[in-house]
Design a protein around this ligand. Structure first.
Ligand SMILES: Cc1cc2nc3c(=O)[nH]c(=O)nc-3n(C[C@H](O)[C@H](O)[C@H](O)COP(=O)(O)O)c2cc1C
Length: 378
């Protein structure tokens, strides 16, 4: 097969051009593959320093943040040969909703800082990729506005416990009314992680943006005010009843907690370190996932996020028992550099890598990737 890679066939005597390297006659030429590091650099150049640091940063020494991608790569793929696989469909169902890809958008706050259209652009970008979007409580547009931007495309609403219990209950009801398909309770934020970059910048949401889902009187809390009142396992059933939606518990890193979540009524468990923004150093999602799957994977769907940066990272997560994965920062960089098309590009690009790696590994169903497709690296 002919390669699309220009550097594979240099003109004799000419220096090989590094992939992605720009030349005067060829400014800004995109590399013919998803280059997330380059995308992040471009986003960094386009964003104010404190905004970039808010998006990119983690808690404390940023050990969880730094270790996340490498933890997926501490597993190795074991390809199957001679399986006659030529095409790999990525379509699957998440809590009964059909999606075109097992790669969804993780909830992330304050999207209006990355792009003037904020969450609306992400919603269109995810819908164009057929990907599930999880909308954050801390969105800069209301949950109804975001839902209206992606009619027919399944979305979930992520809930934080706000200071006002009544307002929190109201958000859960509104999510049900607005057509979201699940409520994601984020339970790893009983108080905000100590994010040194944000503390150094004294970071705050820019004055022209608002936390649209927060009560009007208190919709501009400082970051430390975002600390939530304590939630307990009983809230899983309670918020399921209030919203009329299946509940996904996000931020679980232990098998015993996962069991208690399921006993309390959770329909799914989402393994996450909150992108390294809360406990530091925490066990990596890639290392916690097998324990959680062993504990509850036969009963409920299990998802994972944190440091997923390639199709092979996705395949590793699926082999370890995840039904789907979610990405945060890659979609931030996509939104900041290319709006809705940038988000679509990241999701489609990761999906293409996943399909390619699956075909190479002789695996053709994202819903049942055999566990022995991966083995710990030695
Ligand atoms: C800037 C930023 C804001 C986030 N905001 C939220 C949020 O509002 N609610 C939530 O549940 N998780 C939030 N997260 C965590 C993400 O949902 C997700 O767990 C994490 O970003 C996945 O890691 P990744 O960025 O390496 O893909 C946020 C993450 C980032 C980077």
């Amino acid at each position: 097969m002919a390669s699309r890679h220009p550097a594979d066939s240099p003109v004799p005597g000419q220096r090989r051009r590094a992939v992605g390297e720009e030349t005067p006659e060829d400014p800004g030429r995109e590399p013919p593959f998803l280059d997330l590091e380059r995308l992040e650099e471009r986003a960094r150049g386009a964003l104010p320093e404190d905004v970039y640091d808010y998006y990119a940063g983690g808690a404390e020494t940023e050990t969880t943040l730094a270790e996340a991608p490498g933890a997926w790569r501490s597993w190795r793929l074991r390809p199957r040969v001679l399986r006659g696989i030529t095409a790999v469909p990525l379509a699957t169902e998440l809590l009964g909703s059909a999606v075109a890809t097992p790669i969804g958008v993780a909830p992330w706050a304050y999207q209006g800082m990355a792009h003037p259209e904020g969450e609306l652009a992400t919603a269109r970008g995810a819908a164009a990729a057929g990907a599930l979007m999880t909308v954050s409580t801390s969105a800069t547009q209301t949950l109804e506005e975001v839902a209206a931007e992606m009619p027919g495309s399944p979305a979930w609403f992520q809930l934080y416990r706000l200071h006002s219990g009544a307002h929190t209950d109201d958000l859960a009801r509104r999510a049900g009314d607005a057509g979201y398909r699940a409520l994601v309770l984020t339970v790893d934020l009983p108080l905000l992680g100590r994010r040194r970059r944000d503390l150094a910048h004294d970071f705050a949401l820019p004055a022209d943006l608002r936390m649209a889902n927060h009560p009007p009187a208190g919709d501009r809390p400082g970051l430390s005010d975002l600390a939530t009142a304590t939630w307990t396992f009983d809230d899983i059933a309670r918020f399921g009843d209030l919203s009329g939606l299946p509940v996904v518990v996000k931020g679980v890193l232990r098998g015993d907690d996962a069991v208690r979540c399921v006993q309390a009524g959770a329909s799914a468990v989402w393994v996450s370190t909150h992108g390294g923004r809360q406990v530091d150093p925490a066990v990596a999602s890639a290392h916690a996932l097998p324990e959680v799957v062993d504990a509850v994977g036969d009963e409920v769907e299990v998802y994972a996020d944190g440091g997923i940066r390639s199709g092979s990272d996705v395949l590793t997560a699926l082999a370890l028992g995840a039904r789907a994965v979610f990405v945060g920062r890659p979609t931030i960089w996509g939104l900041a550099t290319g709006g809705s098309a940038g988000v679509t590009g990241v999701l489609v690009g990761l999906g293409e890598e996943l399909a390619h790696t699956m075909a190479l590994c002789g695996v053709d169903d994202v819903r049942s990737v055999p566990r022995d497709t991966v083995v710990p690296a030695r």
